[in-house]
Design a protein around this ligand. Structure first.
Ligand code: SF4
Ligand code: SF4
Length: 258
């Protein structure tokens, strides 16, 4: 461990820090125990792909959901119930879903201090021996190495929902609307069924090539689910009805200050 390194330091994206994590360290896998990991919709999309399950099975087996004060669903990774509190995906060889591990596992030990990502906090935990390794990289290089770009862009789009001015004005979601967010954003298989087994595409004007893509492409489906949530919950102009007269009426109601 570097004795001269402070315990907590703020870095910009261009500043280097000293850290490396690899199976040769005696602490290997220690950080996959006693954890609290909140999962974003894109985390769940990737993790359930990595585990080969449907979204419903994955959520049931590996997550606990509760509602924040404003009604937004918070999805927490379920850990083992013994004192170890182990992640269900940790093995003696490492992470069983490594290519699909969640955002916070990729980012560790770097945490953005705000959604603008101007500064990042690095907290040197004594039990994590990676801080004693010689490798240096900037925060930007670390993020690039962890393939975080797609996660960042999908999570940014979800934040537009969770940090919407609807909530900043003190509004709360009722149970039905909380369920709408949860199903559309987290339980993608159910959301796909809802779209393809109802008359949704008869009612809403959705591009034909996008409909084709959404049948099999979860990323496209999740991006569409964000559009649907903004339309259904916040009356945003993110979808159009095929009935143009009704659409105009809805748009004008959405623009009328209440
Ligand atoms: S170096 Fe740190 S991050 Fe890597 S396995 Fe050890 S405790 Fe975990
Ligand atoms: S998902 Fe993988 S990297 Fe993250 S805590 Fe679990 S085992 Fe560790």
């Amino acid at each position: 461990m570097n004795e001269h390194h402070p315990k907590k330091v703020l870095f910009t994206v261009h500043e280097p820090f000293q850290f490396a994590c690899h199976p040769g360290l005696s602490c290997y896998n220690r950080c996959c125990h006693d954890i609290s990991i909140f999962l974003t919709p894109y985390d769940v999309l990737r993790m359930r792909k990595g585990s080969g399950m449907s979204s419903g099975e994955f959520l049931e087996r590996y997550t606990i959901t509760f509602l924040a004060d404003d009604g937004i669903p918070l999805v927490l990774l379920k850990v083992s119930e013994d004192a170890q509190k182990a992640c269900p995906f940790v093995t003696s060889e490492g992470c069983a879903i490594y290519p699909n591990r969640p955002w916070s596992c990729r980012m560790y030990p770097v945490s953005p201090t705000s959604s603008e990502e101007v500064e990042f906090l690095i907290e040197e935990i004594p039990s994590c021996l990676g801080f004693g390794e010689e490798r240096e990289q900037t925060v930007g290089e670390w993020k690039h190495h962890q393939n975080i770009d797609l996660y960042d862009s999908m999570n940014r789009a979800y934040r537009e929902i969770t940090q919407h001015h609807f909530f900043q004005m003190g509004n709360k979601l009722d149970a039905g609307r909380a369920k709408l967010i949860y199903t559309a954003c987290y339980d993608l298989d159910s959301f796909r069924k809802f779209l393809f087994q109802s008359r949704f595409f008869e009612k809403y004007d959705v591009e034909a090539d996008l409909i084709d893509k959404m049948e099999n492409d979860d990323e496209e489906l999740l991006s569409f689910s964000y559009r649907w949530v903004k339309f259904a919950l916040f009356s945003e102009d993110t979808l159009r009805l095929k009935d143009r007269d009704m659409d105009k009426l809805l748009q004008s109601q959405a623009k009328t200050p209440s």
